[in-house]
Design a protein around this ligand. Structure first.
Ligand SMILES: Nc1ncnc2c1ncn2[C@@H]1O[C@H](COP(=O)(O)OP(=O)(O)O)[C@@H](O)[C@H]1O
Ligand SMILES: [Mg+2]
Length: 235
């Protein structure tokens, strides 16, 4: 089994309702890939199924050669697959610095992330380091949520709609932060509805609709297939 993330024919259910239909995708180490689709297409469900957060799933998921079937979520995260859910999980009573120290976990390989290195990538967090999470804007909380996940020293990140609800100025900072994370060798699967954002952060794309992958290819291949965009992404 190769390194990175490999998902084969993943299915998942909410009760009896099937939510994912044979979703297959892969992300090589250090690669940035977008999973794009409209609201309700199945992006977050795909992440939850990969991480073992769904009670019922089928198919196969491997990460760095390890079979994730029946592995509890905390063990999957410990293998180096970091997760930033769409509902920004930070401790609102704790300061930025405290949130970061809570997220710390030893590095498995390479240089460990430190708050100082993260403040370089997220300069606005440096200014807010003594501010409580509750007193930050949505965009700042989103950055803190990512930074806190990086403190666990993952080798790959599942980022669920990082641009959602961000002011344009903050979106630019997010794009720059993701570019820097990529330069540090981090692999990423980024769920997005925002095509313009996905285009700026990822080199390859999967389009999901009604729980199934409808297209996969490079950004150039995606641009050469406008019918894909019209069929699955137009409002
Ligand atoms: N907890 C849940 N229980 C039942 N159905 C759900 C639940 N969460 C999501 N769904 C359904 O699963 C489908 C995919 O949702 P989701 O993965 O959240 O989409 P996306 O993240 O692409 O917006 C939608 O039809 C949604 O209504
Ligand atoms: Mg979602």
């Amino acid at each position: 089994m190769s390194n990175g993330l490999t998902v084969q024919n993943l299915s998942a259910y909410y009760g009896r309702a099937r939510a994912l239909f044979d979703v297959s995708l892969d992300v090589a180490p250090g690669e940035a890939v977008a999973l794009i689709g409209r609201n309700g297409a199945g992006k977050s469900t795909t992440f939850r199924a990969i991480l073992g957060l769904m009670k019922s799933r089928g198919g196969a998921v491997h990460f760095d050669g390890q079979d994730l079937a029946r592995m509890p979520t905390h063990a999957i995260v410990r293998l180096g697959l970091g997760y930033v859910p769409e509902d920004r999980r930070i401790f609102s009573d704790l300061t930025v610095a405290e949130n970061l120290s809570v997220g710390r976990r030893p590095a498995r390989a390479g240089e460990a992330w430190t708050p100082e290195r993260l403040y370089e990538i997220f300069p606005n967090l440096a200014e807010l380091r003594h501010r409580a999470g509750a007193r930050m804007s949505g965009g700042e909380q989103q950055m803190l949520s990512i930074a806190r996940t990086l403190m666990g020293n993952p080798s790959m990140l599942l980022l669920d709609e990082p641009s959602e609800g961000l002011a344009p100025r903050i979106v630019e900072q997010m794009i720059e932060a993701i570019a820097r994370m990529k330069r540090e060798g981090l692999g990423m699967l980024v769920a997005e509805q925002n095509l313009a954002f996905a285009r700026l952060v990822a080199e390859r794309v999967y389009v999901i609709e009604k729980g199934a992958v409808r297209f996969s290819g490079t950004m150039a291949e995606f641009d050469a297939a406008p019918h894909v965009r019209d069929a699955y992404l137009a409002l």
